[in-house]
Design a binder for this molecule. Structure first.
Ligand code: ZN
Length: 131
């Protein structure tokens, strides 16, 4: 397993990490790559990365689907991040990408995104090549 360290810049941000994942698996021999985020307020997903505005639309959509102004019960002193948890789980903590001849078998428009919901922070992303 390789651990990537990714710094996010905004509170809610989808960040294209496809180049870093490609570099981490460089030349690896296996059937698939597991990309896993060991966090409760960040996730990972695969979607279009050709147009960066798709990521921006995701950010707006998740903020609307899980709004700030609910009667949240999870209150941490000085760190109010209750909506960040369900937003992260909607995206999920992992994606699995097939490998074809040592390369990520992503579709033409697909990219792998780290989904930050409580940034800015430095996040870990675990990249494992499965045999
Ligand atoms: Zn929390």
């Amino acid at each position: 397993m390789r651990e990537l360290k990714i710094s996010t810049e905004r509170h809610t941000q989808l960040l294209d990490i496809t180049p870093q994942v490609r570099e981490a698996i460089d030349g690896a021999d296996g059937s698939a790559v597991l990309v896993f985020v060991p966090h409760t307020t960040a996730g990972v997903t695969i979607n279009e990365h050709a147009d960066p505005l798709v990521a921006r639309d995701f950010e707006s959509a998740l903020q609307r689907i899980v709004p700030e102004d609910w009667d949240w019960q999870h209150i941490e002193e000085g760190e109010e991040n209750a909506p960040s948890h369900p937003r992260a789980s909607l995206m999920g903590p992992q994606v699995l990408v097939p490998l074809h001849e040592g390369r990520l078998a992503l579709g033409t428009w697909q990219g792998i995104f780290l989904c930050e919901f409580d940034g800015p922070r430095t996040r870990s992303v675990y990249v494992s090549v499965l045999q």
